[in-house]
Design a binder for this molecule. Structure first.
Ligand SMILES: [Zn+2]
Length: 205
């Protein structure tokens, strides 16, 4: 691709780093921004910069937050003894949309995947085990996607906390194997949390 401007070329090059955005799409988006009022593009740039520099991760659940302790963790009306373990922030959003869950979350930040070089120590597992050890938790609900990596991660965590007197459950799989939580419809996902099953029973099936 030949560019008449280095500035244009740089913008296209940066834009095309985004997933699913090839050089052609990047060019189309950049030219679109160029046609927009200048303020709109500056607002976008400002929003991205603020998002990147100001955003925090909740010190308790690792969800994305604007403050040290996120709104969910600091809400006194939520059940502090019930923790739903999810892979990432998108899953928290998906489950919150169902309005079926009134406990807290724990965001792992991924799942164990030896193929991708991701081990338990790359995830927020230790802080979860600590919460259980401190006796703050009565039940853990595993809500990871039902892929091999999800199952491996569930099992790894289960082994770490097995000796403590808490209930472990897993979301009922109305969701078919391999489906990501974020794509599950709200009713199905909500129901699967309410109808969760004991984790050990899920191992036998
Ligand atoms: Zn939190």
């Amino acid at each position: 691709m030949e560019f008449s401007s280095k500035f244009l070329e740089n913008a296209v090059s940066e834009m095309s780093q985004l997933p699913g955005i090839g050089k052609r799409t990047a060019l189309r988006l950049v030219l679109h921004l160029l046609r927009q009022p200048e303020s709109q593009t500056l607002n976008l740039a400002q929003a991205l910069q603020t998002m990147r520099t100001q955003i925090k991760f909740c010190k308790s659940c690792h969800n994305i937050s604007d403050v040290d302790l996120c709104e969910i963790c600091s809400n006194p009306h939520r059940n502090q003894e019930l923790i739903c373990v999810v892979e990432d922030v998108k899953d928290v959003m998906a489950i919150e949309n169902t309005s079926s869950f009134k406990g807290l979350y724990h965001v792992l930040g991924g799942k164990i995947s030896p193929m991708d070089g991701i081990g338990p120590h790359d995830l927020n597992v230790t802080s979860l085990v600590e919460k259980v050890k401190e006796g703050k938790v009565k039940e853990l609900i595993f809500a990871l996607s039902s892929t091999m990596e999800g199952d491996t991660t569930n099992f790894y965590i289960f082994k770490q906390i097995q000796e403590y007197a808490i209930v472990t459950s897993t979301i009922a799989r109305g969701i078919s194997v391999g489906d990501e939580l974020e794509y599950a419809d709200e009713i199905t996902l909500g129901r699967s949390i309410i109808n969760r099953i004991p984790f050990e029973a899920s191992l036998k099936s």
